[in-house]
Every structure is written in C-alpha cells, then in structure tokens.
Design a protein around this ligand. Structure first.
Ligand SMILES: [Zn+2]
Length: 92
C-alpha cells in the first residue's frame, strides 16, 4: 500500500469515519478560535498544541497503516478527539 500524505488522510471524509459528530463540531470550533499552534510540521508528521483550560499536545502521523494519532487528553484514543480534529484542520 502506498503511503498517503498527511493532508490526504485528513479529508472531511476521513475525519467523518474517525470521529463522532460532536467532536468534529468542537474541533472545528477550536480550530476557528485559533487555539492550535503547530510545533513541528513535515509531510507525514505533525506535532501541535491546542490551548484550552488544559493545554493538550497532539501528534498526527501518516503511516503505512493510515493515520495514527495521539493526544494528551487520553492515553488511548480509538477515535479522533476534538484536539486531534482541530490540529487536522490546521494541517490541511
Ligand atoms: Zn485530545
């Protein structure tokens, strides 16, 4: 399988499959309010912080298995949290 670029893995369609609607709404609000600060950005990996009551750190990465992500709001995320979505929107 060909490795896709990060932006390609963060299309509206992909996000819809990876997140619940309320988090998509909240993540869009976070992005619109300018809460995202990108720290490190490459073609396959991005690290960013999201400001809020608690500052969260988000990592998104394009891998051979598709999009991988992590956020300091939870230890393991089966789906994209609102912070991941905010960063995803900032990246594309
Ligand atoms: Zn989060």
């Amino acid at each position: 399988m060909e490795k896709k670029a990060l932006a390609e893995l963060l299309s509206d369609e992909s996000i819809k499959h990876l997140a619940i609607p309320s988090n998509i709404r909240l993540g869009t609000q976070l992005f619109s309010s300018g809460a995202v600060e990108v720290i490190e950005r490459g073609p396959v990996r991005v690290a960013a912080t999201v400001e809020g009551p608690v500052r969260r750190k988000v990592m998104l990465e394009a891998t051979d298995f598709g999009l991988q992500w992590s956020c300091t709001c939870r230890k393991e995320l089966a789906r994209l949290c609102k912070h991941c979505i905010a960063v995803g929107l900032a990246v594309r």
